[in-house]
Write a protein that binds this ligand. Structure first.
Ligand code: TEU
Length: 556
């Protein structure tokens, strides 16, 4: 059986702006990444995913690209990228670049041309509609708040922007647009990179009648008319044939509010669309009524259900999951589902264990491997993110006072994961000699890479072991997944089975002890592959699990 290499790999996400600054401008850079590659190699990862480094006004930290063929000067030069690719390959690691093709910055030359007149040849690169009775063409809303339509006054038409008003959606119905994008991606592929992470790729095909949305859960009007839209599979397949297959690229599609059925189609091999997908359903289980800017409580059973459904559903069709708890849009997982205080270490390791023993390709977001936490800034001024500031305003308009609004921001803001990487206990946690673009979390003297590397029992070494286990035990990659004790309010447990081998993962998700009894005939002579406590019992038939204890059993 010839299986793709990326099924046994682990990916590490670098958010360059916050990783390591070598110039003193307070912004991380490509040279900074190169200097830390040995660290990543030690962790054991196979591939780096780099969030966008193309030229951009940085209104949305690079997800607003103004030139796909140039590097944002604060990050370095094209030569730096080429060097990074070479340095990664020299260490037998790979590079996946983020690419944003649902929209461009309004500063992109295409948009500048397009907005200049209705008959400009680039007009049709974007999505324009006439006003309806002097107002927006429909009631669709932007994911960052407010209407999804921006008025271009001079030509008196609206353009669509599903995100910020400076991120104009490209018109994928226009074949010229698609060809331009494929050409650009081929340019990057020819530089020798190994894959793409495709930003909100499932939003590129819109229902062309742009209907008024009468009913949308949580007020997300428009969503059903552009999510996994009518021509999406056709477009992704076309891109696969034009770009991915010719260069043997690995691809991960970032899927906004997608469905299991859609992701099965995106990733089942004979569809020739994508290698794997990110979905976010498991990270909405602490939203109140599906709404992000709320103070909801974790629905644990739902979390288990969702992860298990995706494990089983994707496996059934030979599809593939990208596994993750963290990225640059999400709060830190140890602060969110773990305990960033008393059981900081145990809970971070438990969360890692539960995720990394599942089927799929795990993604580690920078700082996750040392247990970085949300910074809990005490003032809204300390936050930088555009979505965060819009949300703060909206919460106040809804009647919350500043303190209440700030509490929700502290929990939900995307900046929770964007604070500078904590390398050591020195100035600015060793991130920069200058003034960091976003404040460093105040706990950096306790939580940093240097300390983690000196402590045999650190979260870092736990991640390192999980990555190694994936390389040593094929069952982690190929085994069937079977959830157990689904109704248990505290335990997250499942089995993996493959060729007569078994893995059993037993994890206590909470800060109180919990009883586990194995509900089936027992496995013969199980060995413990990894635990986050000393002296976990080797007999798994009845266990009293300590707070956040997680154990991996293996039998043959
Ligand atoms: O995110 C897509 C997306 O929908 C989010 O996770 C988004 O950040 C969240 O819904 C806001 O509540 C991607 C990128 O990862 C994100 O950083 C970009 O801002 C966004 O696309 C637009 O390009």
């Amino acid at each position: 059986m010839h299986e793709p290499w990326w099924k046994r790999s682990t990916v590490y996400q670098v958010y360059p702006k916050s990783f390591h600054d070598t110039t003193g401008n307070g912004i991380g850079d490509l040279q900074g990444i190169i200097e830390k590659l040995d660290y990543l190699k030690e962790l054991g990862i196979d591939m780096v995913w780099l969030t966008p480094i193309y030229r951009s006004p940085q209104r949305d930290n690079g997800y607003d690209i103004s030139d796909y063929y140039e590097i944002e000067p604060a990050y370095g030069t094209m030569e730096d990228v080429e060097r990074l690719i070479g340095e990664l390959h020299d260490r037998d690691m790979k590079l996946m670049m983020d690419i944003v093709i649902n929209h461009t910055s309004t500063e992109h030359e295409w948009f500048q041309q397009a907005k200049s007149s209705k008959d400009n040849p680039y007009r049709d690169y974007y999505i324009w509609r006439d006003p309806q009775e002097g107002a927006e063409p429909n009631n669709w809303v932007s994911k960052f708040g407010g209407s999804a339509w921006g008025l271009e006054e001079h030509t008196n038409q609206y353009y669509l922007h599903l995100f910020d008003q400076t991120q104009a959606d490209l018109n994928w119905e226009n074949e010229k647009v698609r060809k331009e994008l494929y050409k650009m991606m081929n340019f990057w592929a020819e530089k020798g990179l190994d894959g793409f992470r495709l930003d909100v790729i499932n939003l590129v095909s819109k229902v062309q009648s742009f209907p008024y949305d009468h009913d949308a859960p949580g007020g997300q009007f428009g969503k059903e008319y552009y999510t996994d839209g009518p021509r999406i599979h056709e477009f992704v397949h076309e891109m696969n044939q034009e770009v991915f297959t010719p260069h043997s690229l690995v691809t991960v599609g970032e899927m906004s509010s997608t469905s299991l059925a859609a992701c099965q189609q995106y990733t089942k091999p004979d569809a020739e669309e994508l290698s794997m997908t990110f979905n976010f359903h498991h990270l909405k289980v602490d939203y109140e009524n599906g709404m992000k800017w709320t103070d909801g409580k974790l629905e644990f059973i739902k979390l288990k259900q969702i992860l298990s459904d995706w494990q089983i559903g994707m496996h059934e069709v030979g599809g593939w999951n990208a596994l993750f708890w963290c990225n640059h849009d999400q709060p830190r997982i140890v602060s969110r589902f773990g305990d960033d205080d008393q059981y900081w270490k145990e809970s971070a390791k438990m969360l890692a264990t539960v995720l990394h023993m599942m089927q799929g390709t795990p993604y580690i977001y920078q700082g996750e491997e040392i247990g970085m936490t949300d910074p809990k800034f005490s003032s809204i001024e300390d936050y930088n993110d555009v979505e965060t500031h819009n949300a703060f305003q909206a919460l106040k308009e809804d009647g919350l006072d500043s303190e209440q609004a700030l509490r929700i921001i502290q929990r939900r803001s995307r900046d929770n994961s964007r604070t500078p990487m904590q390398w050591n206990e020195g100035l600015n946690a060793g991130f920069t000699n200058g003034k960091p673009w976003l404040a460093v979390a105040s706990n950096y003297a306790d939580i940093n890479v240097k300390k983690a590397l000196q402590d045999d029992d650190s979260i870092f070494y736990h991640y390192q072991k999980l990555i190694r286990l994936r390389k040593e035990y094929a069952i982690i990659t190929y085994g069937d997944y079977e959830p157990i004790c689904m109704d248990d309010e505290r335990l997250f447990c499942y089995e993996r089975k493959w060729n007569g081998e078994k893995l059993l993962v037993v994890a206590n998700f909470f800060g109180e002890t919990a009883e586990f009894s194995y509900p089936k005939e027992h496995m013969a002579k199980a060995e413990i592959l990894l635990s986050n406590y000393e002296n976990s019992p080797s007999d798994f038939r009845k266990i009293r699990l300590r707070p956040f204890e997680a154990v991996i059993y293996h039998s043959k």
